[in-house]
Ligand binder design. Structure first.
Ligand code: GDP
Length: 172
């Protein structure tokens, strides 16, 4: 009999418009919308990935980036195993914003949370506003994994979740 999947709670952080909801929609439903609705509050989606003989169920929580929802932060981060901090590679501000998100994560998140930075909108790389080396440097400095993604083309999306699982369970 197949064993029940290991449950992993993942939260998404990052400024509004960087593509958090789009990344989740791509990962869970392999779909993309050019005019995605702004996320209100937090929404939940789940997906199971197979790793050799193990199954991991990702329980993904996506929240709006707006300040007014910060009061929900404590509840949002409770029992989270991993955080994906997303910025838009064409918007320098959204990269700078990661510092604030990381601060919040340190304040409210579990101490041993696995952190990944996703530089999203890789399909727009011609107008990249943050040198890749700088993004990698920053990720390293906070002990985070780093990957470029595109919710539009599906570049790197599943890999972000595979990275998280592998970091959490190195024997996968
Ligand atoms: P959120 O506010 O962080 O959840 O961002 P959304 O998922 O709502 O995306 C904001 C906008 O960026 C939408 O118009 C999306 O269609 C667009 N978008 C999201 N991901 C990508 C991507 O990888 N490439 C491109 N070109 N656009 C994207």
């Amino acid at each position: 009999m197949q064993k029940a999947p290991t449950q992993v709670k993942v939260v998404l952080l990052g400024d509004s418009g960087v593509g958090k909801s789009s990344l989740v929609l791509r990962f869970v439903a392999d779909n993309f919308k050019n005019d995605a609705d702004a996320t209100i509050g937090a929404s939940y989606m789940g997906k199971i990935l197979q790793f050799n003989d193990k199954m991991i169920k990702f329980n993904i929580w996506d929240t709006a980036g707006q300040e007014r929802y910060h009061s929900l932060a404590k509840m949002y981060y409770r029992d989270a195993n991993a955080a994906i901090m997303v910025y838009d590679i064409t918007k320098r501000d959204s990269f700078e914003g990661l510092k604030r998100w990381h601060k919040e994560l340190q304040e409210f998140g579990p101490k041993d949370i696995v952190v990944t930075i996703a530089g999203n909108k890789e399909d727009l790389v011609e107008t990249e506003a943050v040198p890749q080396e700088e993004a990698k440097e920053y990720s390293k400095s906070i002990g985070a994994l780093y990957r470029k993604t595109s919710a539009k083309t599906n570049y790197g999306v599943e890999q972000v979740f595979r990275d998280i699982a592998t970091k959490m369970c190195p024997d996968l």
